[in-house]
Design a binder for this molecule. Structure first.
Ligand code: 4NP
Length: 151
């Protein structure tokens, strides 16, 4: 069985594209499918932010094949796990859920790690934030990949 994981942020150009690329790099693509989406529709069809592409490449993760898309209700049916980057993403996604089963698929990414914070900060207005965001996402994805392998 293929486990399907969706990574969600606001714009789908900074955080969730990195989360998609990082998790995909840690799992076997035959058993895990990873995608990402944004709750907002500002950048549909765009490449990831150049700063996300740069920090990814620094760690050998190429996300330049990705294009921005918006989260849609059908994603609740198409994915097993939906990881959101912050509380605002959580609220926006949960608002579209129609039953408990859909709601139960939605989790804060940083709830997977033992951390003082539970939100991946939005680095869009902070050039220096991308390295920090990469490390937070990487730590969480390491645990997610391990859990999926154990199941
Ligand atoms: P992301 O960052 O949610 O990590 O992709 C953002 C990118 C763009 C905008 C907001 C957040 N924006 O408002 O355009």
């Amino acid at each position: 069985m293929v486990t399907k994981v969706l990574m969600v942020c606001l714009g789908n150009i900074c955080r969730s594209p990195l989360a998609e690329g990082i998790l995909q790099s840690k799992v076997n693509s035959e058993s895990v499918f990873v995608d990402s989406a944004g709750t907002g529709g500002y950048h549909i069809g765009s490449l990831p932010d150049r700063r996300s592409m740069a920090v990814g490449l620094k760690y050998n993760i190429d996300i330049s094949n990705q294009r921005c898309r918006q989260f849609r209700s059908q994603d609740f049916k198409d994915f097993d796990l939906i990881y959101v980057m912050d509380q605002s993403n959580y609220d926006d996604v949960i608002a579209l859920a129609t039953n408990d089963e859909e709601m139960a698929k939605v989790r804060l990414l940083l709830d997977e790690i033992d951390s003082d914070i539970n939100e991946v900060p939005d680095p869009y207005y902070d050039d220096d934030g991308f390295e920090y965001v990469f490390r937070l996402i990487d730590e969480a994805c390491e645990i997610i990949a391990k859990k999926i392998k154990e199941n």
